[in-house]
Design a protein around this ligand. Structure first.
Ligand SMILES: Nc1nc2c(c(=O)[nH]1)N[C@H]1C(S)=C(S)[C@@H](COP(=O)(O)OP(=O)(O)OC[C@H]3O[C@@H](n4cnc5c(N)ncnc54)[C@H](O)[C@@H]3O)O[C@H]1N2
Ligand code: MOO
Length: 638
């Protein structure tokens, strides 16, 4: 009953890469949120997003137009933006007075340090995000014959997925919809024209709904399972009444507040990817740690022409003796990119910009400025400088920076350890569905998804519908978080609630006012150990993952809340009268979100094409409304 899914290293690596891409995406979104008025509307992510907190730690990196660039340029002896110098010092020579200036060793680390505010050569590129792709209308005639053409008003930004884009004229599917979508329609609302008042019987539109699902009374006590058909009930005792479902924003907040950041651990650079820094990363050395040639050529001292050593000797990267071999005015030595610049050198002449006579004299064919093509010590940072703050996710780039700055290992927050228990006798591990049984869609999905969220997945195990096996697995697990799938409702073999009672677990969230996924739950098994119960319907499980698991895991991992990300709906999305809806959308590199079809609770077709779930408030959202987006881990890779 406890088959293990081997988590291949490849799967994990791919998932980690997805997480990193998402971080990058969030970072870009953050910048757009700061820049665009539509995105700065102050509706933070219900999960507790805090735009300011994220930026604050990076203040020293962000552009500040009030800074005195000319002063900085003067102080550094470097080029103006775009020219040679700190920010782009390997560009063409820029100044006409290089030879007339008094001979002077290029800016040393100390001189550079005196710029203090002169770090604006680091500041981020504020290039506006390119306008969204306004793709031309797709050639609908090119669609496969079995996929009926949609009306042209479906947003054309994603031609390859046109057949997935929501296209509801009145909240009902068009007649051209695939049959599978039509079958789902009575159970779920399609993106519709807006927040229409719920007509009688409206609740039939909603996923898994019964009258109790959508009416205010839906939170009334539900009938608990009697003795389950498949295996004996874990706890046949009378069931306590269910309390009201938690509103969706509150559920996210309860999850993020349920745990505490895990302790710091030390990891080698090799093992730190996917963690979060538990301490600020301060430079352990100046970078560069010595005045460095930026080009292959000649290191020259004073005005030319310059005499070269008769032995033809030069300086290579890694040579140690250069500090003791000064170059006198009027002399030059060959030098390689990355080599330490000897004392007395005032500039580097690139090999393509110099000519050597038969007499061994070097002439520059271009003007040579003071400090030309020399990266001064401390140009990037001084020892002790804050490079990135605590809480920063460890990305490949950060690993490179840490290594450059002298680190062999990093202090990171321990990643949450997660067990996944997939429940359901009907689930097949392979092959085609048959005999009333279906493929397990959640086991293959959750392992990599959880890895992408920065967790260490211990195992994904399939337990069937066996109350005792569930009890035993929960008792034996030493994971920080156990995630179950299925069995959250009150059916005859839904064992999650009875087993939690048997364990004496504390239910922190028992049902959430969100569609799909309302039976999701969060429980404390013991201090520091939690269980997230995801509903079995696959999109409902995704909803639970983003609503309860992700915020909890983020807190445990010490990850900052993602910056609020909002987008404007390309069309109205019908709402639930009382509950939040999470609807798959595409918004690739755009501030416009296109709702997708195939968003029924049992469907993954929409979310597989999506890069976010749009948060649709109770009552719905009209076309043009700005809604919060929950970005999916792969959002940045699309
Ligand atoms: N009387 C009521 N019945 C149901 C209600 C309700 O309020 N009252 N809620 C419905 C809703 S909404 C959902 S969501 C589900 C949640 O049910 P469970 O969490 O107990 O999940 P199961 O019953 O085990 O499975 C539901 C559905 O999903 C399929 N499933 C389960 N696991 C997987 C998997 N790993 N891969 C693919 N599909 C899976 C399963 O076969 C069922 O079809 O309850 C409703 N019922
Ligand atoms: O609506 Mo359930 O919550 O189908 O997923």
């Amino acid at each position: 009953m406890t088959d293990r899914n081997a988590d291949s290293a490849l799967d994990r690596a791919a998932a980690e890469a997805l997480a990193l891409l998402a971080e990058d995406r969030r970072s870009r979104a953050d910048r757009r949120a700061s820049a665009g008025e539509e995105l700065s509307g102050g509706l933070g992510t219900p999960a507790g997003g805090n735009a300011g907190a994220h930026d604050a730690g990076y203040d020293f990196l962000f552009a500040d137009d009030t800074r005195d660039r000319p002063r900085c340029e003067a102080a550094s002896g470097e080029a103006p933006p775009g020219g040679p110098g700190a920010g782009g010092s390997e560009a063409e020579p820029f100044s006409a007075d290089g030879l007339s200036g008094k001979p002077h060793v290029p800016a040393s680390g100390r001189e550079v340090a005196s710029q203090d505010a002169g770090y604006d050569f680091l500041f981020v590129d504020e290039t506006p995000v390119p306008p969204e792709a306004q793709a031309s209308s797709a050639d609908m005639s090119a669609e496969p014959p079995h996929v009926p053409a949609l009306e042209r008003k479906a947003a054309p930004q994603l031609p390859a997925y046109d057949f997935l884009l929501a296209d509801f004229a009145d909240g009902a599917p068009t007649s051209s919809q695939p049959a599978s979508a039509c079958r789902e329609t009575p159970e779920e609302p399609g993106p519709g024209p807006g927040p229409a008042p719920a007509p009688p019987g409206y609740d039939f539109l909603f996923a898994g709904s019964s009258a109790a699902d959508v009416s205010p009374e839906r939170a009334a006590p539900r009938q608990e399972a009697g003795p389950p058909g498949g295996t004996p009930a874990a706890d046949p005792a009378p069931q306590p009444p269910r309390h009201a479902a938690t509103p969706w924003p509150g559920a996210c907040g309860a999850a993020s507040g349920a745990g505490e950041r895990l302790p710091a651990v030390v990891r080698s650079l090799d093992g730190a990817l996917g963690h979060v820094l538990a301490a600020p990363l301060a430079a352990l050395t100046d970078l560069p740690s010595f005045d460095t040639s930026a080009m292959d050529g000649w290191a020259v001292a004073g005005p030319g022409p310059w005499r070269l050593p008769r032995d033809g000797g030069g300086v290579l990267a890694g040579d140690e003796h250069t500090e003791t071999s000064p170059v006198r005015d009027g002399h030059a030595v060959r030098i390689a990119t990355g080599a330490r610049v000897p004392p007395g050198v005032t500039g580097v002449v690139r090999s393509e910009h110099g000519e050597v006579t038969e007499q061994g004299e070097l002439y520059a064919t271009r003007h040579v400025t003071h400090g030309q093509d020399i990266r001064p010590r401390g140009q990037e940072c001084r020892r002790g400088d804050l490079l990135v703050p605590e809480g920063t996710p460890v990305t490949p780039a950060l690993l490179g920076l840490a290594a450059a700055a002298g680190y062999d290992e990093l202090s990171v927050t321990r990643r949450p350890r997660v067990d996944v228990l997939v429940l359901g006798d009907e689930l097949l591990r392979e092959g085609l569905p048959h005999g009333g049984r279906i493929r397990d869609a959640l086991g293959p999905m959750l392992g990599p998804w959880l890895s992408a969220l920065g967790t260490e997945v211990i195992a994904v195990r399939r337990l069937g519908d066996d109350a005792d096996a569930l009890y035993a697995a929960l008792t034996a697990s030493d994971a920080d978080v156990v995630i179950t799938t299925g069995g959250t409702a009150a059916g005859p073999v839904d064992h999650v609630h009875p087993t939690l009672r048997r364990l004496g677990a504390e239910l922190l969230v028992d049902g959430v006012a969100v569609r799909p996924g309302h039976p999701m739950l969060l429980a404390r098994l013991a201090p520091g150990r939690h269980l997230v119960g995801l509903p079995g319907n696959p999109l409902a499980a995704v909803s639970g993952l983003l609503t309860l698991a992700e915020p909890l895991l983020r807190t445990l991992a010490g990850r900052p809340a993602p910056a609020p990300y909002r987008a404007v709906l390309t069309e109205a999305v019908q709402g639930h009268p009382a509950d939040t809806r999470l609807v798959p959308v595409v918004h690739r590199h755009s501030e416009r979100a296109q709702p997708l079809r195939f968003h029924g609770p049992a469907m993954l077709r929409g979310v597989a094409a999506a890069d976010a779930l749009a948060v649709i408030p109770p009552g719905g959202a009209p076309q043009g409304a700005a809604v919060d987006l929950l970005e999916l881990p792969w959002a940045g890779s699309a």
